[in-house]
Write a protein that binds this ligand. Structure first.
Ligand SMILES: [Zn+2]
Length: 434
């Protein structure tokens, strides 16, 4: 008994040390594998200023419910290889859904494409609050604002990258990619996958193929069906008003390029005190970006005014202090950024249709691109769906097979135990009669 106890206690202590070692090793892996978790010197998310993602979406939903005459909301869901994502889209249209006709001027705005840029989703909420008339712009004349908004349909995606944002909220303040490590602003098809010399997968992983990510697929579908006149992809990290192209060092030729530049100069003058950088993303920012949303909107969806706005950046912040680099950390700056940029968007709402002219004609998605879509996207979208269904089917078959195996083992066990029971109950018959 004593020996056995000793043996037990020694095996318990060995397993204890083994598990302690495992825990320690796991901790080391976590610490070494991700050096972007909060370090003691970096500033965490300021909860007094910023909503959590859940709270923000709830507030937006409640706002929409209070104003059914102006706002509607839908949530799109998609999945790919077990990775699920959903995107909520809020539509502003005076008079509600009934007035949602194609003669109106269409504007599509996306916020929070990069997880760490929390301020952008706060701006989406501010714009929606002003559109619902629960908040007001200091400078705007309500009558003129009303006549401007009457001609528009505005679709707002307040948080394009909800999964990435959740990683940031869990402490990975430098994360910009989606929930499985893909940069949603490198996953589009225009010049996809090209890598510059300073390529950093932590920042710019383009995914396994164009539109490999559910978030990008949903945004692409939304853009092609809504067919907007104005697209703005809202980011933070600096102050800039970018137009195409991101993948090359030039702006496009022609009238629409001139109209875009004119509009951006006006916005810079009125709302950015001329501090904002203006020009092509690729030409101004100091690096080329391949597979971006704005280049796709301009080249493929033929959006005549396609922009990327960078609404705030703290160049003095340490590169490890991501929350501070991308988001205002004091109340005054927070309010100043939201007020200035909400006003800038209402200037776009007013001047966008004027600059494009009364007819605001828009080219349809080109035949060539349709062919491209029919060809390539069959693989990633339509055929992708088939593959996804097939994969789902395989998963189910695997689950059923496992259940079948388990029940067979159980049945065998029951059968065997029954046999052995009946054997032991049977009277022993000697082989040789006595
Ligand atoms: Zn960004």
């Amino acid at each position: 008994m004593g020996r056995r106890l000793l043996y037990l206690s020694s095996s318990v202590s060995i397993s204890f040390y083994f598990f302690a070692f495992l825990q320690h090793a796991a901790l080391l892996v976590v610490v070494n594998g991700n050096n972007n978790l909060i370090s003691p010197s970096s500033i965490p998310v300021n909860r007094d200023l910023y909503h959590s993602s859940g709270d923000l979406m709830e507030q937006i939903k409640a706002l929409v419910d209070r104003h059914p005459d102006k706002l509607t909301m839908e949530t799109i869901k998609s999945r790919n290889k077990g990775y699920k994502a959903d995107i909520s889209v809020v539509t502003y249209c005076q008079g509600g859904r009934e007035n949602d006709d194609r003669s109106k001027f269409r504007i599509l705005l996306s916020f929070g494409q990069h997880g760490r840029e929390l301020i952008t989703s706060e701006l989406a909420f501010r714009i929606l609050s002003i559109l619902s008339e629960e908040q007001f712009l200091a400078s705007a004349n309500p009558a003129s604002l009303n006549s401007t908004l009457d001609k528009l349909i505005i679709k707002v995606v307040p948080m394009e990258n909800l999964n990435g944002r959740k990683l940031v909220e869990a402490g990975d303040l430098c994360e910009r990619r989606n929930g499985r490590g893909v940069d949603l602003n490198r996953n589009w098809s225009v010049d996809w996958g090209k890598k510059e010399k300073d390529y950093d997968p932590y920042e710019e992983n383009p995914g396994s193929a164009p539109f490999s990510e559910p978030e990008t697929q949903m945004m692409r579908r939304l853009a092609l069906s809504f067919d907007p006149h104005v697209w703005v992809n809202v980011h933070s990290g600096m102050e800039a008003l970018f137009m195409p192209y991101d993948h090359k060092n030039t702006t496009p030729d022609g009238l629409s390029s001139y109209q875009m530049k004119l509009l951006l100069e006006e916005v810079n003058h009125l709302h950015c005190q001329k501090r904002c950088m203006i020009g092509s993303g690729g030409g101004s920012v100091g690096y080329l970006a391949h597979g971006t949303a704005t280049d796709y909107m301009y080249d493929i969806v033929k959006v005549p005014m396609a922009f990327t706005f960078e609404i705030y950046g703290d160049g003095g912040a340490s590169s490890k202090d991501c929350f501070k680099m991308f988001n205002p950390t004091d109340l005054n700056t927070f309010n100043r950024v939201l007020n200035d940029w909400a006003a800038a968007f209402f200037t776009i709402f007013k001047l966008g249709p004027q600059h494009l002219g009364e007819v605001h004609s828009k080219l349809p998605v080109s035949k060539l691109d349709n062919d491209y879509l029919d060809g390539y996207l069959k693989e990633s979208s339509r055929y992708g769906k088939k593959t996804e269904v097939l994969e789902l089917g395989m998963q189910e078959i695997r689950t059923y097979f496992r259940l079948f195996l388990l029940s067979s083992v159980l049945l065998m066990f029951m059968f065997c135990s029954r046999i052995s029971k009946s054997k032991s109950n049977r009277p022993v018959v000697p082989a040789i009669p006595l």
